[in-house]
Design a protein around this ligand. Structure first.
Ligand code: SDX
Length: 441
C-alpha cells in the first residue's frame, strides 16, 4: 500500500467531530496530517444524513491526501517531499528537484545520470510535429500552442496513453513530457518570431539546452551564460509544485477519469493560463510597465487596487493559502538582486516593484487582508533579466510546474482515487412545462 495512504489510516484522532442538524446528528472521524493540519472526514456525510457541504472555490475543502508538497500559509513555509524550498533553491537543480517530486526521493548519482540520460534521449520531437507549428497564425498565444502540442505529441507515444503506467513506464513517460515540453515551448517561441526551429544540443544540460533552442540561430550558437542558466534553474525549482493549486487540481480532475498523462497535463496548461493563476507573472510586468511608461505612480496603482468599483488587482499580490510572505517571492527577489549585481544590470521595473511592495505592505487594506507578494511578483523581472520574452512567461511557469502536475496525476492513480464528481446546491426552477416555439413570447 502507498505510504501516504498507510499514514492516513493511522492518522485518525480519538477526538471526533459531531454535526447536528435538526433531529439528526452524525459523528465524523477526524484525521491529523504529519504537519498537524486537521481534517474532518465527510466521505459518508450525504449517505448518512442526506446533507452536502457547500464551498465554492474550495477554500475549506481538502480534495486529496498527498505527500508531495506541504504549504503552511500562515508561516510562509513550502516543502517538496519534506525538503525546504530555500534549501532546494540554494543547493539543487531543476532536474534533481523534478526527480524528487516525481519519485519521492533525492536521486543517487546513478539515478540522476539515468534520469538525465532519459531527458537527453527524449528532447527531440517527431519531425511531423514540427509541421503543426506552421498551422498556428502569427502571434498565436504560446499557451494555446503548448496545450495543443502536448496532446499532439501524445499521438506519437500510444504506449504511454495507457493510464495503468507501471513505475518504469511512468519514469519514461514523465521524462518524455518533461524533456519535450521544453522543446515545444522553444519551438512555439521560434514560430511566433518567424525564426527557423533550432534543434536540441545533447551536450547541453536541461536549462542550457532550452536557452539554446530559444536563442541560437542557424549561423550562431547562443552562448549560454552559466549565471543565466542558474537563474533559470531557480525559476523552475520554485515553480515545480504547490500542492492543490488550480492547475494541479485540474490535472487531478482530468486524471481522475483515468485520462492519460499527456491530456491531463495539457488541461493543467489551460488552467494555468488564467491571469489569476499562472498568467499573473505576465500581468505583473504589464502593471509595472504601465507605471513606467504611462508615468502612473505607485500610489495611484495601490488606490486602484483598493477601489471596489474597479476590477483591477495588484497583480503578484495576495494568495489563497499564503497569509504571510510567499517564500518563493523572497527567493526570486534575492536572486534578482544577485543576478543584477553579477551582470551589472538594472531594470527600472524592479525599482517600481520594490516601491509598490513597500507601499502595499504599509497599507491597512493589504495588511487587514494579509496580502503579500506571491511567486509572480518578482518572477517576471527575473525572466526579463534572462532575456525571456513576455509572451513566454506563463509557458515557463508551465515547464517548471510539469513535475508537480505529473506527480499529482500518478499519486491519484496510486491511491486508486474515485473519479472526481462534486455535488451542488440547485437553485434553479423546480418545474416548467414545455411550450411549443410558436406559443412563446
Ligand atoms: C498563483 O494556489 C496556488 O498555490 C497558486 C500559485 C501556485 O504556485 O500554483 O501560488 C500560483 O496563482 C499565485 C497567485 C497569482 N495571482 C495573482 O497575483 C493575481 C492577483 N491576486 C488575486 O487575484 C488573489 O489574491 C488570488 C487570486 C491570488 C487569491 O484570491 P482569493 O483567495 O480568492 O482571494 P479573494 O479574491 O477572495 O480576495 C480576498 C480579499 C478581497 O477583498 P474583500 O472582498 O475582502 O474586500 O482580498 C482582496 C479581494 O478584493 N484581494 C486583492 C488582491 N487579492 C485579494 N485586492 C487587490 N489586489 C489583490 N491582488
Amino acid at each position: 500500500m502507498v505510504v501516504s495512504v498507510e499514514r492516513f489510516q493511522k492518522a485518525k484522532l480519538d477526538d471526533k467531530a459531531v454535526l447536528t442538524f435538526r433531529d439528526k446528528s452524525i459523528t465524523l472521524d477526524v484525521y491529523q496530517g504529519t504537519q498537524n493540519e486537521v481534517g474532518i472526514d465527510i466521505t459518508e456525510l450525504r449517505e448518512k444524513t442526506g446533507l452536502i457541504t457547500i464551498d465554492p472555490g474550495y477554500a475549506n475543502t481538502g480534495s486529496a491526501v498527498s505527500d508531495i508538497t506541504f504549504v503552511d500559509g500562515e508561516k510562509g513555509i513550502l516543502k517538496f517531499r519534506g525538503y525546504s524550498i530555500e534549501g532546494l533553491a540554494e543547493h539543487s537543480t531543476f532536474v534533481e528537484v523534478a526527480y524528487l517530486i516525481l519519485f519521492g526521493k533525492l536521486p543517487t548519482k546513478d539515478e540522476y545520470h539515468e534520469f538525465s540520460h532519459l531527458l537527453e534521449e527524449h528532447t527531440a520531437l517527431h519531425t511531423s510535429l514540427e509541421h503543426h507549428f506552421n498551422g498556428f497564425p502569427d502571434g498565436a498565444p504560446p499557451m494555446a500552442i503548448l496545450s495543443a502540442m502536448l496532446n499532439a505529441t501524445a499521438c506519437h507515444h500510444p504506449e504511454l496513453l495507457d493510464t495503468e503506467l507501471d513505475a518504469n513506464n511512468f519514469m519514461t513517460a514523465s521524462a518524455k513530457i518533461l524533456s519535450k515540453v521544453r522543446t515545444i515551448a522553444a519551438m512555439s517561441y521560434r514560430r511566433s518570431q518567424g525564426f527557423p526551429i533550432i534543434h536540441p544540443n545533447h551536450q547541453l544540460k536541461y536549462c542550457a539546452n532550452f536557452l539554446h533552442m530559444m536563442f541560437s540561430q542557424p549561423y550562431r550558437e547562443f552562448q549560454v551564460d552559466p549565471v543565466l542558466e542558474r537563474a533559470l534553474n531557480i525559476f523552475f525549482i520554485v515553480h515545480a509544485d504547490h500542492e492543490q493549486n488550480c492547475s494541479a487540481s485540474t490535472v487531478r480532475m482530468v486524471g481522475s477519469s483515468r485520462a492519460n498523462l499527456f491530456s491531463s497535463v495539457a488541461a493543467g496548461v489551460c488552467a494555468l493560463w488564467g491571469p489569476l493563476h499562472g498568467g499573473a507573472n505576465r500581468e505583473v510586468i504589464n502593471m509595472l510597465q504601465s507605471i513606467h511608461k504611462e508615468g502612473k505612480s505607485a500610489a495611484e496603482i495601490i488606490a486602484l487596487a483598493k477601489d471596489k468599483k474597479s476590477t483591477f488587482r495588484l497583480m503578484g499580490f495576495g494568495h489563497r493559502v499564503y497569509k504571510n510572505f510567499d517564500p518563493r517571492a523572497r527567493i526570486l527577489k534575492k536572486h534578482v538582486d544577485k543576478l543584477f549585481e553579477i551582470l551589472h544590470k538594472s531594470d527600472p521595473l524592479l525599482d517600481i516593484a520594490i516601491e509598490l511592495e513597500e507601499q502595499a505592505l504599509n497599507d491597512d487594506y493589504f495588511i487587514e487582508r494579509k496580502l503579500y507578494p506571491n511567486v509572480d511578483f518578482y518572477s517576471g523581472i527575473l525572466l526579463r533579466a534572462i532575456g525571456i520574452p513576455l509572451n513566454m512567461f506563463t509557458v515557463l511557469f508551465a515547464i517548471g510546474r510539469m513535475p508537480g502536475w505529473m506527480a499529482h496525476w500518478k499519486e491519484l492513480l496510486d491511491h486508486n482515487q474515485r473519479i472526481n464528481r462534486p455535488r451542488q446546491l440547485y437553485m434553479g426552477y423546480t418545474h416548467r412545462d414545455f411550450i411549443p416555439m410558436d406559443e412563446r413570447d
